[in-house]
Ligand binder design. Sequence first.
Ligand code: SAM
Length: 260
Amino acid sequence: MAIGRTTAEFDEISPVYDATREPLEPAVLDAIAATLRGWEVRAILEVGVGTGRVAGPLAARGFGVTGVDASVGMLTQARRKGLDRLVRGSAYALPFDDGRFDVALFVHVLHVLDDPKRALAEACRVGARGAVGLVRPRSPTDREPPTGEPRPRALVIERLRAEGIDVPAHAGGGPPRAERRLLEELPPAQLVLVHEEEVTEPLREELRLFERRASRWTLRVPPEAMARAVAAVRAELGDRTHRYHHRLALARWERPRSGS
Ligand SMILES: C[S@@+](CC[C@H](N)C(=O)[O-])C[C@H]1O[C@@H](n2cnc3c(N)ncnc32)[C@H](O)[C@@H]1O
């Protein structure tokens, strides 16, 4: 997807972005901070800083955080929260000198980029200790139920497509699938678990993602069509529950040594 379209979508979603995302728990932010300190990180460039949902809490935990983002709308929200080290720019051409930060950090960004490997290489240029991503690695049991079980996301998409609505191919897998592909294709030097929890929740819980129109592609779905699809799937799922591992990890990719 072209960067211009991605930026326009984030501009559009920026006023409701925070209200449609689960905040990171303080304990998770503490674990992220402890891991970064263990890597001797002080100065962070958050690439795709968005509304500062993560930059703010990391600054409050003593890190020097600069944010870069392509979307003016998202940066405006971050500025409203009092963040001031913010720059408009592209993840593929960061407007900073080599090694200017300890690390360049990606939180919920790698899966929205067309070429995450190129962005990681660019991040390793400005991060003396490389690039770090908060990712959802493989789990013994995923939030998405196994094949054969009712899958809320797939059921909604199926109904929308049956109504002739164009749903992009990447909508089915969600962010974890893209992150896992990246971890396999470009294995990080380190992967540290910062959160693990066994969750049992009603399957219909995942429908809230659609109701809140939390994904950018849902912006293009007529609200009535979405409401119809969600109501039908809600009725189909009833009170069934699903048990899964929720895992979050920090992956660190190192700068390639010169000459290699
Ligand atoms: C899902 S949001 C994540 C924001 C924030 N890191 C968080 O966790 O809340 C993705 C962000 O990446 C930005 N973004 C997407 N593509 C970008 C690019 N090529 N260069 C810079 N920023 C980009 C978007 O504007 C958006 O603010």
